[in-house]
Design a protein. Sequence first.
Length: 156
Amino acid sequence: MALFETLDVNGTYHAVQNFFYDRYPVIKRRSGAWGDYSSPSFDGMPKAPVKGNSTEKAMIEHSIYASALYAVHYAIQGCSKESQAIIVGKYIKELSDDTIRCRLAVSGNGAFRRRLKKACCEFADCIDPACERFKVKRGKEGLIPKLRRYESEKVC
């Protein structure tokens, strides 16, 4: 048994890619719901509220998603400059691979794919401490899943 588990680069790459395509847009949308708040209304008549405090629930949801968004951006800042450019270009700004390759002066699709996989592995390493810092729940019930995959987890 090895001291450290062997990272599954392809599995990690696919997990990060799925996160940015599936969950990141939801986190981004829900963290920006600032217009959903409203002031309480009073009509002067004493009565029990019909529903719960929806403003408080909206603020809590915004806070949870904003923390997740901050964690993602903080994790990107922890990556190397080249990996930052790749992740921001591909997943945040949604630029084409050709555009990113030109900006990085990388020739060849194979060289770009290797750098993309490296960037995704760096992001997967950086997201764990970022989630701890911003108190973001992880795992199946959390907003940000575990992104690192290991060779020992592979199903044959």
